[in-house]
Ligand binder design. Structure first.
Ligand SMILES: Cc1ncc(COP(=O)(O)O)c(C=O)c1O
Ligand SMILES: N[C@@H](CCCC[NH3+])C(=O)O
Length: 434
């Protein structure tokens, strides 16, 4: 079996040397819909939701799982999440509106953001979202005023930056003290005092998020230690009892064959035990626990499909194969030096292999999707399948160089359906006037 298959959606197999996902021949899909194409496997999404719910509730009964919609947001996905009993994390009025328009239950929504506008806060108040995660002193004051005007008292969490190092890429670490997000611990008590003084706000607990693609459990445990110590301090100082603890997302996923991520059970085991033992030692009533995975729900479910175009051999230097997408649909290699695997969907296994660099078609020399990967010798017209592209690819995509964002297809029970059409030339100037 081709080892890279393990990084693809859960029900991926190889038949007649073709890549088959959810019973569907991937090369055939490309013939039907064109490329670049993003496909999502519904079964993998549902299994990931169920794994999180099962593993956390087993170790900590009073827990909930919120999908971080910034990783990928779509009405079809929202329907699946609602059916799976997931809550939702949104970070703007835009994400909130998409969720509301799709009929997602608003009481299951957490609104985040370090610079929420008055308009976004008014919308959240009008929709009675489940929680507003307040990020700054300015926001406490603004939300208090708006809540007062609206007549609705929102349940709020304060976002704390616990000051732990999550050992991940510096652009995706967020829990360090020098951060634009949240209240550093040394200012957080003052924030609790201010929030409690607002008759129009109902403070229920604390939130932290220490970063993304974190492979160790220890940074989560360190942050829990610090934030629950803080909860005990403010209980003594203000008589505030923490009812909810939201420990954010950041659970790692396997992008590369030789870099397996810890199973969800390992995070759940360590985190559940930590909250229980810490609350016991501090004599705190254990709070409800909310977990906010984005990547770990959706990354593995998504695959990017490209057609190979120009193949350029620079003897003694490098062999390049260019595909019909790149940084316009996946900025992650350029932004974070993210690494990806790939297989040739119409020729998965072959004795003839060579090292090749997969370039995108954008006018940037940094537009390299995968550097020096061993693949069956590529020919123009081959279909390249890049796994683990479900998270933070499409939501961070662009029209750079007049790129038409890809079509998106959902796979379920051997059937495919188009859930987002490919952009057209008309879309490129849709908003413009002369
Ligand atoms: C507040 C918050 N929660 C959850 C997430 C989801 O993170 P991940 O996709 O790494 O699980 C993020 C993004 O990093 C975030 O900023
Ligand atoms: N967008 C990043 C993760 C940051 C998530 C937002 N806090 C990624 O692609 O890995």
């Amino acid at each position: 079996m081709e080892p890279r298959i393990q990084v693809f959606p859960k029900n991926t197999e190889v038949k007649n040397n073709h890549l088959i996902i959810g019973g569907v021949d991937v090369a055939g899909l490309c013939a039907k819909y064109g490329t670049p194409l993003y496909i999502f496997d519904e079964l993998t999404i549902r299994q990931n939701c169920r794994d999180f719910k099962r593993e956390f509730s087993r170790r900590y009964a009073d827990s909930s799982i919120s999908y971080a919609s910034k990783a990928f947001l779509h009405p079809a996905l929202l329907k699946i999440l609602a059916e799976e009993g997931m809550s939702l994390d949104v970070v703007s009025g835009g994400e909130l509106s998409v969720a509301n328009n799709a009929g997602f239950p608003m009481d299951m929504v957490y609104l985040h953001g370090n610079n929420k506008s008055a308009e976004e806060l008014r919308l959240a108040l009008r929709l009675h979202v489940g929680r507003i995660v307040v990020d700054s002193f300015d926001e406490i004051k603004l939300l208090s005023k708006l809540a007062d005007e609206s007549g609705h008292i929102p349940d709020i969490l304060l976002r704390i930056t616990p000051g732990v190092d999550a050992h991940t890429h510096q652009h995706i670490t967020t829990g360090k003290l020098d951060s634009k997000f949240g209240f550093p611990l040394f200012q957080a008590a003052e924030a609790v005092g201010l929030a409690m003084a607002q008759a129009s706000l109902n403070l229920v607990g604390f939130h932290f998020h220490i970063g993304s693609q974190i492979f160790e459990t220890q940074p989560f445990l360190d942050a829990i230690d610090l934030v629950l110590d803080f909860a005990a301090q403010v209980q003594e100082r203000y008589g505030f009892d923490i009812e909810e603890l939201d420990i954010g997302g950041g659970y790692g996923v396997q992008y590369e064959v030789d870099k397996p991520a810890p199973p969800i059970s390992a995070y759940a085991e360590a985190i559940g035990a930590k909250v229980v033992s810490k609350c016991r030692s501090l004599k705190l009533t254990p709070p409800s626990l909310n977990i906010e995975p984005g990547r770990a729900i959706i990354a593995q479910a998504g695959v990017a499909l490209y057609t190979v175009g120009v193949i350029k051999d620079i003897p003694g230097i490098r062999l390049y194969a260019s595909v019909d997408g790149g940084m316009g649909d996946n900025i992650r290699p350029a932004l974070y030096e993210a690494k990806y695997e790939a297989v040739v969907a119409n020729n998965v296994q072959s004795a003839e292999k060579e090292k090749v660099t997969i370039a995108g078609k954008f006018c940037e020399s940094g537009d390299i999707l995968i550097r020096d990967i061993e693949l069956p010798s590529l020919r123009t017209g081959d279909i390249l399948a890049v796994p683990c592209c479900g998270a933070y690819c499409l939501p961070m995509s662009s029209n750079y160089n007049g790129y038409h964002r890809p079509a998106v297809v959902m796979l379920k029970n051997g059937e495919d359906r188009l859930i987002r059409r490919r952009e057209t030339v008309e879309d490129l100037s849709r908003l413009d006037s002369v």
